[in-house]
Write a protein that binds this ligand. Structure first.
Ligand code: UD1
Length: 344
């Protein structure tokens, strides 16, 4: 049986960690990425970690003709893991059509080619953003999908609907993985998150502040109805998340899925406040972080964390790494970036 997997967005943050885990589990990986939010140096770094550089196609998934050529050359794919998408919330509000076009057209092309070339399995990169602020915590996969706050979030919701509808009418099987807040980096310090410009997300902002690239971290709100007043998220180590993709692909390859469209939450099941995250960073680095409490950020939900029972039971997967490991690895990566690891 073919063990060849296409990873779209494979030079991106979660994609690159997943390529490493797939290769280390014996899969052959091919990557498509248009490098809009990453660099080809990450492909070299993957090679350094695993001893094998994945085959890399620099290509835009909205380029139908190029995709056709790719699928003609790669008719033996066992599965596709589809990460490639734009993901900046505020940019999606400013330029919604850019997001709808990129994130949805690419998916539709992929699904069409999967049918045409009989590629049977898809793992899709979704987000807990589909739940908005859930009524009950921890949030299960049965919680209602709330109206999206941003065009980015809406592309995740619409993508899930497109996949669910299209697999009903085709032999394709799909698993949608709803990520909570992925942070951290590979323990080697060779790959990690590469925010372009000013980071939107908490942990890159913390590490960039500590390294001196940013003056201080703004803590968005300390008046939430939470124990310390700051907002709560379910932070998950990106390597744990990457491993979940391997087991999801294996579930599909072994035909163990119970439906042709399944959804799983990927988190630790534990909520952490912004202040607790800062304290964990200070503890593992021995540094004092420069931060200031400011007003809430528009669109932020007060608290969300995952019920991971389904992933535990059905995927046989559980997050292993704790907050301190997440912070230690994120800091090693930031230091390596500052030392020019991607330039040498
Ligand atoms: C954000 C996106 C979400 C996306 C996810 C993927 C928003 C509103 N949501 O989630 O749609 O799927 O990233 O990465 O952008 N914080 C600060 N100061 C900062 C940055 C963040 O206090 O400089 C706080 C936030 O208010 C939040 C927590 O840290 O409470 C986590 O923020 P972030 O890392 O941006 O993730 P989300 O907002 O959960």
């Amino acid at each position: 049986m073919s063990k060849k997997i296409l990873v779209t967005g494979g030079s991106g943050y979660i994609g690159s960690h997943t390529v490493v885990e797939l290769q280390q589990s014996g899969f052959e990986v091919v990557v498509i990425d248009n490098l809009s939010n990453s660099t080809a140096r990450i492909i070299d770094q993957i090679g350094r970690i695993t001893g094998k550089k994945p085959r890399f196609y620099e290509m835009d998934l909205c380029n139908e003709a190029a995709l056709r050529v790719f699928f003609r050359e790669n008719q033996d794919l066992a599965a596709i893991i589809h990460f490639a998408a734009f993901k900046a919330v505020s940019e999606s509000v400013e330029n919604p059509l850019k997001y709808y076009h990129n994130n949805l057209v690419s998916l539709i092309f992929l699904l069409r080619f999967m049918e045409g070339f009989q590629i049977p399995n898809l793992v899709f990169s979704s987000s807990c953003t589909v739940y908005g602020q859930p009524e009950t915590l921890p949030v299960t996969e049965q919680a209602p999908v709330k109206q999206a706050f941003s065009p980015y979030g809406n592309t995740k919701q619409i993508s899930e609907e497109i996949i669910e509808d299209s697999v009903k009418a085709s032999p394709v099987n799909a698993i949608s993985l709803r990520y909570f807040n992925p942070i951290g980096a590979h323990e080697s310090g060779l790959i990690g998150e590469l925010p372009i410009g000013i980071p939107n997300n908490l942990v890159p902002f913390i590490t960039q502040t500590a390294i001196g690239k940013r003056e201080k971290l703004m803590v968005f709100g300390d008046d939430y109805d939470t124990p310390d007043g700051t907002a709560i998220r379910d932070y998950i180590h990106v390597v744990d998340l990457a491993k979940a993709h391997v087991v999801a692909v294996e579930r599909l390859l072994r035909n163990e899925n119970e439906h042709n469209f399944e959804v799983f939450n990927l988190g630790t099941g534990k909520g952490t406040s912004v202040m607790e995250a800062i304290l964990a960073f200070e503890k593992v680095t021995g540094m004092k972080l420069n931060y200031e409490i400011t007003g809430r950020r528009m669109g932020d939900v007060p608290q969300v964390w995952a019920d991971t029972t389904m992933a535990n039971l059905k995927l046989g997967w559980k997050a292993q790494k704790g907050l301190e490991e997440m912070m230690t690895s994120a800091w090693l990566w930031e230091k390596n970036l500052a030392a020019g690891i991607l330039e040498s």
